[in-house]
Design a protein around this ligand. Sequence first.
Ligand code: NAD
Length: 254
Amino acid sequence: MNLKDKKVLITGAAGQLGRQYCQAFAQAGAVVIASDIDLEACQEIPGQLEGGIAKHYALACDVADPSSVEAAFAEITSRFGSLDVLINNAGIGVFEPWLERKFEDFMKVFRVNAGGTFLCTKAASVLMRDSKTKGSIINIGSIYGLGSSDPRIYGDTPRMNSECYTGSKAAVIAMTKYFAIHLAPYGIRVNCISPGGVFNRQGSYFVEQYSNRTPMGRMANEDELPATAVFLASDGASYITGQNIAVDGGWTAW
Ligand SMILES: NC(=O)c1ccc[n+]([C@@H]2O[C@H](COP(=O)([O-])OP(=O)(O)OC[C@H]3O[C@@H](n4cnc5c(N)ncnc54)[C@H](O)[C@@H]3O)[C@@H](O)[C@H]2O)c1
């Protein structure tokens, strides 16, 4: 997929999957605007990726803070003039048992996952509309936005998946449809990718249980997500909007 010189903003770029999106879009020829709450980590991304990133710009942005998002988009506007692709990848979770959850922690997850998606989508939509760019916005949901996590696969590990993560990712998937409909008149497409669990050296009990529960018998590898994002950003997906694609080894198929 050729995305030569397309300006692509990736939030949460310094994380496990954010780096993979950076690499894939760089390989497709894009200008990668790698954004994270952690600016230093963004600046280090090219040096940590195979082949580096030819056209890389590091940008600080806390997606849950309206003034930070406003400043980040002001910088994008003055430096690049437009934006072709936004990947709303920044996301957080909490892992204590849900009956111990503090309301502040519940709201923090919603603020980053759902609120951040709203703020960045709104800012990108205004920029794309005003610059007459037929852009592509890609939200990152989760299989846990499509159904609850299965508590049996966590055993006695301290990292239980949470009700607020599930709720916030369901909101991301639902908002994808709303945004897609309301941005279609401007030629802006909005889709969502819902990854299954990605292997990241989790404990062997969890990995085994998760794999047994998955039709393809394993967790995702971190490099198995970006191709879908590159496709959705490209002209190959020019008639696709409002969709959620689960990249999950079949987890949600049964
Ligand atoms: N890894 C998985 O198994 C998996 C599965 C399904 C969905 N997802 C989703 O994929 C996305 C990326 O996941 P990951 O595993 O790479 O996570 P990660 O924790 O490795 O990276 C998340 C990144 O987001 C950044 N971040 C956190 N709060 C932020 C904020 N307020 N503003 C800007 N940046 C912020 C962090 O600094 C970090 O670099 C998330 O939305 C996550 O929910 C991941």
